[in-house]
Design a protein around this ligand. Sequence first.
Ligand code: G1P
Length: 288
Amino acid sequence: MGIRTAVFPVGGLGTRFLPATKAVPKEMLPVVDKPLIQYAVEEARDAGIENFVFVTAHGKAAVENHFDRNAELERALRERGQDDLLELAIVAGTVPGRMSYVRQMDALGLGHAVWCARNLIADEPFAVLLADELLRGDRPPLADLIDVHTEVGGNVISVIEVPQDATGSYGIVTPGVINGRTIEVKGLVEKPDPADAPSRYAAVGRYILEPGIMSLLGEGHRGAGGEIQLTDAMARLIGGAPFHAVIHDGPRYDCGMKVGFLEANVALALERDDLGADVAATLRRLLP
Ligand code: G1P
C-alpha cells in the first residue's frame, strides 16, 4: 500500500531561537518568505502524501492557522486584483478534513510526539518529517524513501554522512549491505558518544515507518536524554521487517541551528529569479 499519511512533530519549544520563538512557533520562522513547516508539507505533498497530521503543543496555533484559509486576506487580495499574492495565501494541497492536529500534552521526546499521532494513521505505514531538517533535491527527498518502501516494504529512513565528532547529535545507523544510495540498517543508536558511533550515517528527519512502531513507543521506555526516543523504537523493528536507509544526496540545511537556518535563507534566496542577483550583490558588499 502507498504512503498516504505524514506526521509532522511541531511541539518543540524552539529555545535555540529565543527570543524569536517566545510567541512564534519555530516552525513558522521564514526561510526567505515561507515558513519552515511549509517546506516540509510541500515536500510531503509533492511525494504523494494526502493526510497531514501535526503533533502540536501549547502556543502553536499559528501553525494551524497557516494551513487554514484566511477569508479576510483572500477577499482583500481579490479586491485589489493581486492574484499572484492570492495564490501564495493558499497552501496548495491543503484539503479540508485532511489536515489534523493533535496535542502532544507532555514534552517527552520525539518518540512520544509520533506516538501521539497513533489514532490518526489508520494503522498504515506512515511518513514522519522533521521540519527543522530542510532537505532539497531534484525530486522531493521523501519520494526516494517511498520508492524503497514500495519496492521492498518495511521501514525506511533518510541519512547523510556527518563528521565523526557530530555523531553525538543524531540517530546513527549500523550499516549492513550498501547498494548505491540504499543501506541495509542493522542497528540504530540515538546520539552515541562519537568514540562509539557505529558509522557516520546520521538520520536526517525523514522516516517511513510501519504502524507497529506505535505499540513499541507506547511502552514509554526512556532513552538518551531521558526522552522517549523514536530511534530506540525503530531499533526494535530491525529484524522483524526490512529496514533501509537512503543516503540523501541533495542540499540539506539544519534549520534547528542558527548557522544552518541562516545558510538556508541565503542559499534559497540565491536560487530565486526575483532575488538571487540582489542577494549575491548584497553578500559581496557585506563580506570583507
Ligand atoms: C532528532 C532525532 C535524531 C535525528 C535528528 C535529525 O534529534 O532524535 O535521531 O538524527 O532529529 O535532526 P534532535 O535533533 O531532535 O535532538
